[in-house]
Write a protein that binds this ligand. Structure first.
Ligand code: HEC
Ligand code: HEC
Ligand code: HEC
Length: 414
């Protein structure tokens, strides 16, 4: 099915412009060419766009690329976007940079994969993109070649992407909605553009395009589920402007817990940008989620039944988890939410809870590590037992199925 879809996209590609012109190399612009003001603004905007998150390898210099990004179609490597002339974008003109961000075309005319979220960056104003260019061109240049991508057979052929864009790339500058506040509009501009929240929170079709009409309905990112950011969000407590603001800015909210997995670096970035922008994002997302609509908030704790059904899980929980997660533990007393409040425990799909246990919740936003990883200390069966217990005890949803095989697979992919 996937390959069929790509073939259709490819045929469509033959009808549109498969070839984009190469834009001329320029001599690398001197730092003095850029206004300090626009470099500063560019830094904020680049942070909102998470450029550093994708374009920095675990062992590498900032923006020098080579970070592997796993997709259903294989592994892509982010490129070097430092101003190095040979391996980075030092020879790119402002025009070439803006074209890459809005149309997904590299300086040499090659189509770029939508792993660079140009489905969203296409809505960013030229003025903002030029500020990001000024910021990047004044970074330290680092020489680092990008490894070759490792994609499914056939998909390395970039002209196919022309067809993909024809089907899925909706260009067009952001248009403010007149009867909404300036703050809501600023939030919408950032969420749909630079901050590309939908790149993770919107479901994708078989060929990797975001599904129209299902914006923010919940998607997948690096194996994690990115929960729905609309009225169907499964959280036990309703999200409000205030709780969204806290979660986005600090990576933690007292009614919803911590930002785990790929949401951690997003919140880390947002902790460093202008607070008014984070507030605007919270205002816009809260409106989408219909915050304020009341929910039945049940602090579920079926301790006795859960222990009867999953004695082994209950035993493991006492040893490994209760010190932090038991009612009345020091963590609970510090105003941390009980497990029954966490979306990861409420979701029908256990993936996020399983990944949080395997990987832990690492330090972000200048805090210490929140939860240690259990991948080394607990077997797949132990983890499955303890999760079955957690689900039975802290949620009223149906039991999680096939936990052990899910954990075994997640471990292999990690
Ligand atoms: C979700 C991950 C991700 C994010 C976020 C991201 N990029 Fe990228 N970017 C990539 C990948 C992957 C590629 C390589 C695509 C390809 O090979 O076709 C890329 C390619 C590029 C290129 C083309 C470079 C070249 O040599 O061809 C530029 C320019 C670029 N990104 C700039 C940015 C900027 C600026 C930001 C932040 C505003 C950003 N990217 C955010 C993943 C990302
Ligand atoms: C790189 C992928 C990615 C991007 C980009 C991203 N998110 Fe997330 N988000 C996630 C994942 C994964 C989770 C689940 C985290 C967990 O289980 O701890 C999440 C969780 C959340 C939650 C908590 C939902 C709940 O009910 O617990 C909110 C709110 C949220 N994201 C808002 C946003 C906003 C707003 C943006 C854009 C500014 C954004 N996210 C960008 C991946 C992403
Ligand atoms: C050192 C303290 C600590 C220990 C031990 C610990 N946790 Fe956590 N756990 C946390 C913190 C902190 C969070 C983030 C949410 C919060 O702040 O309440 C969390 C979050 C979670 C989440 C939600 C993950 C997400 O993506 O949002 C689950 C599920 C969970 N813990 C289960 C467990 C289980 C099961 C164990 C035992 C095997 C365990 N924890 C042990 C501190 C701990």
């Amino acid at each position: 099915m996937v390959l069929g879809g790509v073939a259709v996209a490819g045929i469509a590609g033959l009808v549109v412009s498969v070839h984009e012109p190469a834009l001329a190399r320029i001599a690398r612009p001197a730092r003095e060419n850029f206004e300090a003001d626009s470099v500063r603004r560019g830094e904020q905007l680049a942070t909102l766009g998470d450029c550093i998150v994708c374009h920095t390898a675990d062992d590498g210099a900032p923006f020098a690329g080579s970070r592997p990004l796993r997709t259903p179609f294989g592994t892509l490597y982010s490129t070097n976007i430092t101003p190095d002339e040979l391996t980075g974008i030092g020879n790119w003109s402002e025009e070439a940079f803006v074209r890459a961000m809005k149309n997904g075309v590299a300086r040499d005319g090659n189509h770029l994969y939508p792993a660079l979220p140009y489905e969203h960056f296409t809505h960013v104003t030229d003025g903002d993109l030029k500020a990001i260019y000024a910021f990047l061109m004044t970074r330290r240049s680092v020489s680092r070649e990008t490894p070759a991508n490792d994609l499914l057979p056939g998909l390395g052929f970039r002209p196919l992407l022309a067809g993909w864009k024809l089907l899925f790339l909706r260009r067009g500058e952001f248009e403010p909605v007149m009867d909404r506040t300036a703050e809501w509009n600023r939030g919408k501009y950032l969420v749909e553009g630079l901050a590309h929240c939908g790149a993770c929170h919107t479901p994708r079709n078989l060929v990797g395009g975001e599904e129209r009409g299902r914006e923010f309905d919940g998607g997948v990112a690096e194996g994690w589920n990115a929960p729905a950011l609309d009225a169907s969000n499964p959280s036990a407590d309703r999200w409000t402007e205030t709780s969204l603001h806290a979660y986005l800015k600090t990576g933690f909210d007292k009614a919803h817990g911590a930002a785990g997995g790929p949401m951690g670096p997003v919140a880390e970035g947002l902790s460093r940008v202008d607070d008014a922008d984070v507030k605007a994002i919270a205002v816009y997302v809260a409106a989408r989620m219909q915050a304020g609509k009341d929910r039945n908030i049940l602090a579920i704790d079926n301790a006795v039944e859960a222990e009867t059904r999953f004695p082994q899980g209950a035993h493991l929980f006492q040893g490994a988890c209760a010190g932090c997660h038991e009612t009345g533990s020091p963590m609970g007393q510090q105003g941390r939410p009980p497990l029954s409040q966490l979306t990861a425990v409420k979701m029908a799909d256990p993936t996020n809870a399983a990944l949080a246990l395997l990987q832990g919740l690492p330090a972000t936003n200048g805090r210490d590590q929140l939860m240690p990883p259990f991948a080394e200390t607990m077997s797949d069966k132990d983890l499955a037992d303890v999760l079955a217990y957690v689900r039975a005890r802290f949620s009223d949803g149906p039991a999680w199925e096939n936990l052990k095989s899910l954990i075994t697979t997640a471990r292999l992919e990690d």
